[in-house]
Design a protein around this ligand. Structure first.
Ligand code: ATP
Ligand code: MG
Length: 429
């Protein structure tokens, strides 16, 4: 039922580009509203990540109205309109599909009920019930400051509840990514997932294995890169979804060592902190951390005997990444730096001669050094090497040379010791 609810949302808080797009559509005789996450976030005094507009203009009609716009997507066509530095997504109202019957060219379901195409247009009321959660189906008109609520989203926001619209199983089958979205919003907003919406995730979580790896990567990135990665990770594990996304890491986490869990949690705490303080985070660092337990397990024995070398690291890293990309398609622009960050973990202890000076100029030095500190923070290794590098980076050249000299003489001593040791160990055998 439609309710035009009481609210304290003011159009002043809304991105002016998005308002202009709505106004332009309305002036041209179309119906248009701001919709989705931006209204939900504004209701809660959170700065929206992006602004979405819903309209009864078709993608073609909308595109003609805006000079700087283009139609994107096939499965779900939308129009991107550039307004200043912002891109506003303009979506045409979608309508309910008639059962699971495919409508050639417009709507298409897979044999498992997954919606492959969704381009049947409808009215605003029909559009509301095609959206994922009630809190995401609020329509706002900046002209008269009204919010239109077709699914009782305002009361769910008041009760801090994430509720899927319609039949939970059907809606998750239609698009399993909605399960990931439920967890993401729960982590972001601190809302609970309503009972039926939550039970169906436990039942259907394995459908997430069927999502194309490229889309899966995008969704997982949204979950980990917006300041609530730790909460998101805990929810993924609680719902036994982490193992679907990161099978090798989950296997390592289920092993005996609880160091891995500490390591990942520490990585995510750091990521969240950096995002909150507007520091740069790169997906390469994040994924290097998320897959580190898997890599260490793969190399396990070698690491313990310190026999691991760059060659064996490369081969294990290559295998882990190839396997992982079957679930999440991590682009090459991230997998290459991931491997470099891992490789630096072998190189940072080697500081004699001019190696330390050379490492400082390595373009991945900073990330490798941060990764080393993370391993130390989580208790994988003693916090000595990281401290050495912290001091070395900022020292005067003369002091740096002295530090390298000290490392060199320590190395000489220990290699002398091992020369002396050799005959005795030989004698034993
Ligand atoms: P945020 O942008 O903060 O991550 P959002 O809710 O705006 O959250 P978007 O991915 O920007 O998420 O989607 C905009 C809106 O489109 C949503 O609020 C929802 O109404 C609808 N939507 C997005 N993805 C789906 C989906 N998989 N199924 C149904 N509706 C969806
Ligand atoms: Mg959004």
């Amino acid at each position: 039922m439609l309710k035009s609810g009481q609210h304290n949302l003011s159009s002043k808080k809304i991105n002016s580009g998005a308002v202009k797009v709505v106004e332009q559509l309305q002036l041209s005789g179309y119906e248009a509203y701001l919709v989705g996450g931006c209204i939900r976030d504004l209701m809660m005094d959170i700065k929206p990540k992006d602004f979405d507009v819903a309209t009864n203009a078709t993608p073609e009609q909308a595109k003609q109205l805006f000079h700087r716009s283009r139609i994107i997507g096939r499965r779900f066509q939308i129009v991107h309109v550039r307004a200043g530095s912002e891109i506003i997504e303009v979506t045409t109202f979608r309508a309910q599909h008639t059962g699971t019957k495919n409508q050639p060219g417009k709507s298409q379901h897979s044999s498992k009920g997954m919606l492959l195409r969704d381009n049947i247009f409808g009215s605003v009321g029909e559009d509301a019930i095609r959206r994922d959660f009630t809190m995401n189906a609020l329509y706002y008109c900046p002209q008269n400051n009204n919010i239109f609520d077709y699914t009782d989203g305002l009361s769910d926001i008041n009760n801090r509840l994430i509720r899927i619209i319609g039949n939970a199983s059907e809606r998750y089958r239609e698009d399993p990514v909605r399960m990931l979205r439920a967890l993401r919003f729960s982590a972001k907003l601190g809302f609970s997932i309503e009972e039926g919406s939550s039970a169906a995730i436990h039942k259907l979580r394995l459908l997430l294995a069927d999502i194309p790896p490229a889309r899966q990567f995008d969704e997982v990135l949204k979950l980990f890169m917006h300041g609530y990665a730790l909460a998101g990770f805990h929810l993924l594990r609680e719902y036994k979804i982490f193992g679907i996304l990161f099978p090798a890491t989950e296997a390592a986490l289920e092993g005996e060592s609880n160091y891995y869990l500490k390591f990942i949690e520490q990585a995510l705490i750091n990521t969240d902190k950096r995002i909150r303080t507007n520091q740069r985070v790169t997906p390469a660092f994040l994924f290097a951390a998320l897959l580190w337990p898997a890599l260490k397990e793969r190399e396990g024995k070698d690491h313990q005997t310190e026999k691991v070398n760059i060659f064996s690291l490369h081969s294990a890293a290559g295998n882990i990444i190839t396997e992982q990309c079957q679930r999440l398609a991590i682009p090459r622009r991230f997998t290459l730096p991931m491997k470099e960050i891992w490789e630096l973990q072998l190189r940072l202890p080697r500081r004699a001669g001019n190696q330390a000076f050379k490492l400082l100029t390595n373009k991945r030095f900073r990330a490798g050094y941060d990764f080393l500190l993370l391993r130390e923070d989580a208790g994988e290794i003693q916090p000595e090497l990281g401290h050495w590098w912290t001091v070395f980076q900022d020292a005067e050249e003369a002091d740096q040379k002295e530090m390298v000299g000290a490392v060199q003489s320590l190395k000489n001593k220990s290699s002398k010791k091992s020369i002396h040791k050799k005959p005795s160990s030989h004698q034993k055998t």
